[in-house]
Design a protein around this ligand. Structure first.
Ligand SMILES: Cc1cc2nc3c(=O)[nH]c(=O)nc-3n(C[C@H](O)[C@H](O)[C@H](O)COP(=O)(O)O)c2cc1C
Ligand code: SF4
Ligand code: SF4
Length: 425
């Protein structure tokens, strides 16, 4: 595990550029190198990465470098991503033995915890801006005794709202059902743009769905679910039915595989509003289609993530309004008929009976001791077991699925759909 010094040196350089008001002594790489105690060549390399990331600019032929946007709009997370290779934090040994069952599985076992640790670290960095760092430096140098320190999260949050008028909320809760991770990505991306701290309630796990949750009028909850046959997935006891609000502002989202979301968003909104939530915004996002490898495989892409950012900004705007109004989303009541689609996957010869598929099944349709088959009475065809089997030994071998792949896949792959967003008025 290693983070090299590129990131702190990059923050050092940007802070110096942000704070340097001395027109006679511009922020050249030589000046920064002197302050950072390193070589100008190292600084030039870092400045070039920061320019490429759109954080810095310099006029043609001028040695001085300037911030391309305001210091309060640059987070430490952005700086980290600009200069640090993503694998830097956790590099996994590349050649474990594929003959050994531990060696064969160690990468997939570590993938989840390491990804979550990386995300948690980036979320912390996203919550602190370059302006926070600059103010902290002024405070520590005794130049501005009103500024607070960045190592106190509460104080850092205070600084942030003082500087930017409450740019991010303190906390939001992301509540989602997401067997193959498409919905999860969008809900987390929205939540992370809205708040410094994101609480996660992952309803994909049966044990999480069996608990009850309660929110108050000062909370904000982002809900997310995938679209199955134009509706929410059919889950015994419902997906969101144990989440209670008390006039709690909420954002409703669905993710779907580039066909349509039909009545799913309306259904989600109706259920949550019945349980005490008040919709302020809603959205439908395109994610890789569960059944078709060639449909939306690369979504969310850059354009989608830009749309997430714009969406989150508008949500922040609504939260600042005195009157938030009411929300309308597309869909019909009564909803289209709910269809239970069943392609219960089975294990093939390569299966080593590790039982991992049973742990990722959201509805307990696989017996971990006998993972050969899935229970067709429980299976919702989410294909989480197929996609997450470390041996690629699970398959949904259903003639119905083959037929639908032949018919629908080329049609859905041929035209890109764009995200749809809706706001309370
Ligand atoms: C049973 C089933 C039905 C689906 N029906 C639709 C649909 O009606 N429209 C659509 O665009 N995508 C449909 N999809 C694709 C999923 O909505 C899409 O892949 C979603 O992003 C999966 O969410 P997840 O990755 O969070 O599990 C369906 C997927 C499954 C498994
Ligand atoms: S199908 Fe895959 S995950 Fe399930 S028991 Fe077999 S090898 Fe393990
Ligand atoms: S058995 Fe069915 S419900 Fe369970 S993970 Fe596999 S496809 Fe999803």
């Amino acid at each position: 595990m290693s983070i090299n010094t590129r990131f702190p040196v990059a923050v050092h350089a940007l802070a110096l550029i942000a704070l340097n008001r001395n027109g006679e002594r511009p922020s050249t790489s030589e000046l920064i190198a002197k302050s950072a105690g390193t070589n100008p060549v190292v600084i030039r390399r870092i400045l070039s990465q920061l320019k490429q990331a759109g954080l810095l600019e310099s006029g043609p032929g001028k040695p001085e470098t300037k911030l391309k946007k305001a210091a309060e709009e640059i987070s430490l997370g952005e700086i980290y991503r600009a200069v640090q290779d993503r694998e830097d934090l956790f590099s996994v040994h590349p050649n474990p033995s594929q003959q050994c069952w531990i060696g064969h599985n160690i990468h997939s076992t570590l993938e989840g915890p390491l990804r979550r640790a990386q995300s948690a670290m980036e979320a912390e960095l996203d919550a602190v801006s370059l302006q926070d760092v600059a103010e902290d430096l002024l405070y520590r140098a005794g130049v501005d005794r009103d500024a607070k320190k960045t190592d106190n999260p509460a104080a850092a949050g205070e600084i942030k709202s003082k500087i930017s008028g409450g740019r991010k909320m303190k906390k939001v809760t992301a509540v989602y059902f997401s067997p193959t991770g498409g919905t999860e990505r969008y809900v987390k991306a929205i939540a992370e743009k809205l708040a410094e701290e994101v609480e996660i309630i992952d309803l994909t796990k049966p044990e999480t769905r069996s608990r009850s949750y309660r929110f108050g009028p000062d909370d904000l909850v982002i809900f997310g679910a995938p679209v199955y046959a134009g509706r929410l997935p059919i889950i015994e006891g419902g997906i969101f039915d144990r989440i209670e609000g008390e006039n709690t502002p909420a954002v409703f989202t669905v993710s779907y595989g580039n066909r349509e979301f039909d009545d799913a968003l309306l259904e989600e909104m109706d259920i949550c509003q019945k349980h005490g939530f008040r919709g302020i915004a809603a959205s439908g996002w395109i994610a890789p289609h569960t059944f078709f490898d060639s449909v939306a495989a690369d979504r969310p892409d850059e354009k989608d993530l830009q749309a997430v950012e714009t969406f989150a900004d508008k949500v922040k705007g609504i939260l600042e309004r005195e009157e938030q109004g009411s929300l309308t989303v597309p869909g019909n009541r009564p909803y289209k008929e709910a269809k239970r689609i069943v392609y219960a996957p089975e294990a093939e010869e390569a299966c080593v009976k590790c039982g991992f598929c049973a742990t990722v099944c959201p509805v307990g349709a696989i017996d971990g001791q006998h993972p050969e088959k899935s229970d067709p009475k429980k299976c919702i065809s989410c294909l989480a077991c197929v996609k997450k089997c470390p041996r690629e030994a699970r398959i949904a071998r259903d003639p119905g699925l083959t037929a639908i792949r032949q018919k629908l896949e080329p049609v859905l792959a041929s035209a890109r759909k764009e995200p749809q967003v809706f706001f309370a008025e």
